[in-house]
Design a protein around this ligand. Structure first.
Ligand SMILES: Cc1cc2nc3c(=O)[nH]c(=O)nc-3n(C[C@H](O)[C@H](O)[C@H](O)COP(=O)(O)OP(=O)(O)OC[C@H]3O[C@@H](n4cnc5c(N)ncnc54)[C@H](O)[C@@H]3O)c2cc1C
Length: 490
């Protein structure tokens, strides 16, 4: 394995993957290191998945600038990378007279940030757009450029395209030490060996403060994880057309009611600072707070249609004042050379990610890094087919290409062996059960995997040429099978 690169990106969330893709345009050797067994296991896939318009961040902040630019870039990018996205528009809903009076200031903030397609609606216009809104609605700010994205497919599309363009992804590789010599970061020690690079990009999400401290940088900088919990509803539970926000408050954008690219509706998140950066618990108090907040916008929200719950952890930095002026921290480290920190990337970090990547590349250019474009750079990527959604004719064509598409492995979601093989042999190979599940939707239906998983394990073992006892659910420490039946236990 090559242990030396021009640039190493730490963290394969949406930010690290987007930076890697942007760098893959140039004649540079680039690697992304990720401690998990798959990409996109952090906050990039446990969030509201909204491509915000940019009306909310404080004017003049990096958040405002990069959100608006990111929004401009996302829709075209998603189309090129086969990423599910929907430009739904969003309503910031005023409840009661006092909030109605705040809409003009919100509009003005958006105008200063350069957001296009905004309109202040009166009560009737808002209810016409979204009939499920509360009868106490007094008006709304409509932002037409907002939308929703499939957050995992987003990271996957970007990362696979980067890999196709030559970026190396090193999974199960945790950075444990940054090696600094003569005032420069020269190498990093990981769970998978030592790697050298001329530049390191720290995009480690809630752990980006720890990476900084390993390099002796930003001693006072700290990330607090702020947990946001969600309810996901059955497809038929709420018929929504747009994303619904309350008026923003000191704690952020507030509890929203939104829709996913798959047609489910979703409510959340709350915002609770927590000490443990791995604590993804969903709590009764959190659920109550969310329901109360969501019902204020849409009174018909009811827990009866809930099919799933989850929580994500925001990476909130202490480098700028709390509240609406809190900003991203994206800068060349001052104390050492060879390190760029992309830290404190909380919302709207997903929406801003394509613009964050452009910004980071410009920081490298400002340091004299030679950015000669490659002669061949593939800007498009095609995801694996989804058998379930294909017409009869398309299914026949696929099966004639490979009979594996004719063998259904997951009955509920109609996932075929062909799709599983595509996932295993894709540019970012899926080597765990969960990695296949995230790419194909296998195991997400009514039986929750009880039918498909033995067969999927067999296919994984066969393709990876390892015994079934080595196949894991989500990486080291999560095997399904401990030993063969009747095997002697020593
Ligand atoms: C509840 C919630 C709601 C949100 N809603 C939205 C929204 O609607 N729209 C929006 O634009 N943004 C939203 N965000 C923000 C958005 O999700 C983040 O800004 C974005 O995902 C940040 O991406 P990232 O790549 O920096 O972080 P992550 O996705 O967390 O990626 C960091 C990666 O670094 C890896 N890593 C950490 N330490 C190490 C190490 N030592 N060695 C190797 N790898 C390491 C992690 O495993 C992880 O994969 C929300 C966030 C949350 C939590």
């Amino acid at each position: 394995m090559n242990q030396q690169y021009d640039v190493i990106v730490i963290g394969a969330g949406i930010v690290g993957s987007m930076v890697a893709r942007e760098l893959s345009r140039y004649q540079l050797s680039v690697a992304v290191v990720e401690r998990e067994a798959d990409i996109g296991m952090g906050q990039s896939t446990s969030n509201s998945a909204i491509i915000h318009s940019g009306h909310d961040p404080h004017p003049g902040t990096l958040k405002a600038k990069l959100n608006v630019r990111g929004n401009e870039l996302w829709y075209d990018l998603a189309q090129k990378l086969d990423i599910p996205i929907r430009k739904t528009g969003a309503l910031v809903v005023a409840i009661g007279e006092e909030e109605r009076g705040q809409l003009a200031a919100l509009y003005e903030r958006g105008r200063q940030n350069g957001v296009s397609g905004m309109q202040i609606l009166n009560r009737d216009e808002a209810l016409e757009k979204e009939p499920l809104l509360s009868g106490d609605t007094s008006g709304a700010l409509f932002t037409s450029t907002a939308g929703v994205v499939d957050p995992f497919q987003g990271v996957l599309g970007v990362a696979e395209n980067a890999a196709t363009n030559g970026v190396t992804f090193l999974l199960n590789t945790e950075v444990r030490k940054m090696v600094v010599q003569d005032g420069a970061v020269r190498a990093m020690e990981t769970s998978n060996g030592t790697f050298q690079a001329k530049w390191f990009i720290n995009a480690a999400g809630v752990y980006s403060d720890e990476i900084m401290h390993m390099a002796g940088v930003g001693e006072a900088f700290q990330i607090t994880a702020r947990r946001g919990e969600y309810f996901v509803f059955d497809e038929n539970a709420l018929a929504l057309n747009t994303v619904l926000f309350p008026m923003p408050g000191r704690k952020g954008k507030g509890i929203l009611v939104t829709t996913t690219t798959h047609g489910n509706s979703m409510v959340g998140p709350n915002s609770d600072p927590i000490a443990d950066k791995e604590d993804h618990a969903v709590t009764r108090e959190g659920m109550n707070t969310i329901l109360t907040g969501a019902k204020r916008l849409v009174p018909s929200v009811s827990p009866s249609g809930v099919i799933a719950t989850f929580a994500g952890l925001r990476a909130t930095g202490n480098h700028t004042p709390d509240g609406s002026t809190r900003d991203f921290l994206i800068e060349i480290a001052r104390e050492v050379t060879g390190l760029i920190n992309v830290a404190g990337i909380e919302s709207p970090g997903y929406a801003a990610a394509p613009a964050i990547a452009e910004y980071v590349v410009e920081l490298l250019r400002s340091q004299g890094v030679a950015l000669a474009e490659k002669e061949q750079w593939e800007e498009r990527r095609q995801g694996i087919p989804r058998f379930k959604t294909l017409s009869h004719k398309e299914r026949k064509e696929l099966i004639s290409r490979s009979p594996a598409y004719g063998r259904i492995v997951c009955r509920c979601e109609e996932v075929t062996e062909g799709e599983i093989l595509d996932a295993i042999h894709s540019p970012i190979p899926a080597h765990t059960y969960d990695a296949i599940k995230r790419r194909t939707w296998l195991g997400t239906g009514r039986c929750q995997g009880s039918f498909d998983y033995p067969r999927t394990l067999e296919i994984l073992a066969r393709e990876l040429n390892v015994p079934m006892t080595e196949i894991t659910k989500r990486g080291p420490g999560s095997v399904f099978l401990y030993r063969r039946t009747k095997e002697e236990v020593l």
